[in-house]
Design a protein around this ligand. Structure first.
Ligand code: WTA
Length: 648
């Protein structure tokens, strides 16, 4: 089997960038960022054009990132209004419901315009204005996109909370941004089941002590309870709302959205993205990475609750005038052929999903794929975690029929868009490698302890980025010091990604996974500290330590070591109780896969838990525990190993 996979000559001939174009544009983007982005910034519409392109500093104590700072624009006008002249009747959003029995919807740009304006007018009537925060807790329905774009239209800042998060997590995020309005739906159907979003939202607001109204979209029409003067019925208000609403003129650096994400310490932080730089970069990456051409049907299977949904379901595709597919369901409902059925039904041209979904579907066998006509697909993509060669090969051969380039896109909530990814017509791929940097992105590999940059082509260490790119996050909401400390303190003068990385002799980048206490469960980012703090909030738990461990489908699973309070004893009931507890505190995605009762945890004499050891035990790698002599009580480790072995 060849080691590298170039795209077919046909693909290359029609691609936005071939190898020469990539080399030339990349070289200009790093030697002359002002010139490069000054030119490409014009791909979107500005109300007042910028004259200053880049004004960025990673200097310790003075991290300040501004792009296009004196320009003004409106994101919703860019994603909707500017397409009306030429493509008002083109479909903007194809919506595929959870159940294949229910009818799909096709929303044109003209309809999208009316819906966004109506929602924006409803917001205004509820007292929401420029700079106010609006929290969205939504199913994957078109109204989620309307709700995002309506914020952008009036200059409100949205903060989306994934509908799989619990009421407690939702409440914390509403408080965190002092939101004036919560937009939700009655229920969220998914995989044949239904999550009661409205009742979760009711519970969340019990812990919110500022004035926060609730706008409720009817999805199923199921029963809900109603609080007068606080809750508002979207469907009723929509009937009379005007379909015209002027778009607010925003500065390029005004925040567009906040999105909470997990870090290695403490509670999730609110990543803040800008208006101008974010949109330019979302537009450019969507076009080049996916080789998007006018008329293509683009499907990103993420949820709008994650950054992938923000950039590649809503903002990137819509700013480019694309047709974007929004899917409410899951890959395995009603059965494991659903993704492929949807691809066939809507003639999808680019398909973008997560390795965890590929592994799960691969496990169900090829027949589920073979029953669908996938000839419309031209390109496949992956995101969220490293893809193992077995899954890559299956995706390439069985799904792509060996015809479709696979773009393995490395990026983060913080980066706003792709940073390392093949451009499909330009860069032959290697299974498991995110390949080369996108325009304007300068990855560097540092020696982890010294922080020295390794200049040899072949290198391994921590991945940092040398200079700013337009969609870089600007700050942590309400805590700029935390922004500097998290990303710019460990390696001075660089943006620290938290990922380990290898660069091979061809200059290809291979992400090796997180080097901090963040784990990646089914492509969902989870801070071990969050799960720990949920566990210790339970009255019977004295202490907890959480690590990731290799999991066949999820990539990583959640492994929790739990020390009980004196007098409590382990039992199956208690294990279940703790699982349910974590689900309620955070949400189903944080439920531990394995709980090991630990009479004691390995700690240094200064009381610091030695996670390295816990990780090795969870991986069953007992031979590689390293030096345990600095432990306060080395016998703890023997107990843990014995317990682990008994369980296997
Ligand atoms: C991981 C998701 C390997 C990485 C867009 C990163 C990946 C974290 C890839 C960010 C990839 C993302 N290959 N690892 N192609 N893409 N990651 O913020 O560890 O949810 O730091 O953003 O996912 O996760 P986040």
């Amino acid at each position: 089997m060849p080691e590298t996979y170039p795209a077919s000559p046909d693909f290359i001939a029609n691609a936005h960038a071939d190898a020469d174009t990539y080399e030339r544009m990349y070289a200009q983007s790093v030697s002359d960022p002002e010139g490069f982005w000054g030119e490409h910034g014009k791909r979107i519409d500005w109300i007042k054009p910028y004259t200053v392109v880049k004004n960025t500093s990673f200097a310790p104590g003075n991290v300040d990132i501004k792009w296009f700072e004196d320009g003004t624009l409106n994101v919703a006008a860019n994603c909707v209004d500017r397409h009306l002249a030429e493509r008002a009747d083109q479909v903007a959003i194809i919506w595929e419901p959870d159940s294949p029995e229910e009818e799909a919807k096709h929303i044109t740009y003209r309809e999208l315009h009316a819906e966004v304006c109506k929602m924006a007018n409803i917001y205004k009537d509820l007292g929401v204005g420029k700079g106010d925060r609006v929290v969205l807790y939504m199913p994957m329905i078109p109204e989620a996109a309307y709700a995002m774009l309506a914020c952008a239209r009036i200059g409100a800042i949205h903060s989306i909370v994934f509908a799989g998060f619990s009421a407690d997590a939702l409440g914390a995020r509403i408080n965190g941004s002092d939101a004036k309005l919560l937009v939700t739906a009655d229920y969220a159907p998914r995989g044949g089941r239904s999550t009661p979003l409205k009742s979760n939202a009711d519970a969340a607001l019990l812990n919110v002590f500022h004035d926060c109204k609730m706008l409720v979209v009817k999805r199923t029409g199921g029963q809900t309870t109603w609080t007068e003067d606080r809750d508002f019925d979207y469907n009723a208000l929509r009937e009379t709302a005007s379909a015209e609403c002027a778009a607010e003129e925003m500065a390029a650096e005004d925040p567009l959205f906040i999105l909470y994400t997990s870090g290695s310490t403490g509670q999730p932080k609110g990543v803040v993205h800008s208006t101008g730089g974010y949109l330019v970069f979302a537009s450019m990456t969507h076009q080049y990475t996916f080789d998007y051409h006018d008329g293509d049907i683009f499907w990103c299977t993420a949820d709008v609750g994650w950054v992938t949904g923000h950039s590649y379901i809503v903002y990137g595709p819509l700013v480019n005038g694309a047709t974007t597919l929004m899917f409410e369901g899951v890959p395995t409902y009603p059965d494991a052929s659903r993704f492929w059925q949807v691809c066939e039904k809507h003639r999808v041209n680019q398909f973008y999903t997560a390795p965890t979904a590929i592994r799960a579907l691969m496990g169900q066998g090829d027949d589920y794929v073979k029953g669908s006509d996938l000839s419309s697909i031209r390109l496949l993509g992956t995101v969220g975690e490293p893809i193992n060669p077995e899954a890559w090969n299956w995706y390439n051969d069985v799904v792509g029929g060996g015809r479709c380039p696979i773009v393995d896109t490395w990026w983060q909530t913080e980066t706003g868009g792709h940073l390392i990814t093949p451009l499909p017509g330009a860069i032959p791929t290697k299974p498991g490698s995110a390949t080369k940097p996108f325009f304007g992105v300068q990855p560097v590999i540092l020696e982890p302890t010294s922080g020295e940059e390794i200049h040899d082509t072949a290198a391994e260490g921590v991945l940092c980025i040398k200079d700013s790119w337009p969609a870089q996050m600007r700050t942590v909401w309400g805590d700029h010091a935390r922004f500097e400390k998290t990303y710019f303190a460990d390696y001075k003068g660089y943006y620290f990604t938290g990922d380990g990385c290898r660069r091979d002799e061809d200059g290809y980048y291979w992400i090796t996974g997180r080097v901090d206490d963040v784990i990646n469960v089914s492509g969902h980012r989870m801070g071990t500290a969050e799960v720990e703090s949920a566990l210790v909030a339970h009255v019977k738990v004295a202490e907890a330590a959480v690590v990731g461990y290799p999991h066949d489908i999820k990539g990583q699973g959640i492994y929790a070591y739990v020390t009980l309070m004196n007098g409590e004893s382990p039992s199956e009931e208690l294990r279940k109780e703790l699982e349910v507890w974590v689900r309620t505190e955070i949400g189903p995605i944080a439920k531990p896969d394995l709980i090991q009762w630990a009479p004691g945890l390995p700690k240094t004499r200064s009381g610091k838990i030695m996670r390295r050891i816990l990780r090795k035990i969870a991986e069953d790698d007992f031979g590689a525990l390293g030096d345990t002599s600095t432990l306060a009580d080395p016998s703890v480790v023997d107990d843990l190993i014995e317990n682990r072995m008994n369980k296997l």
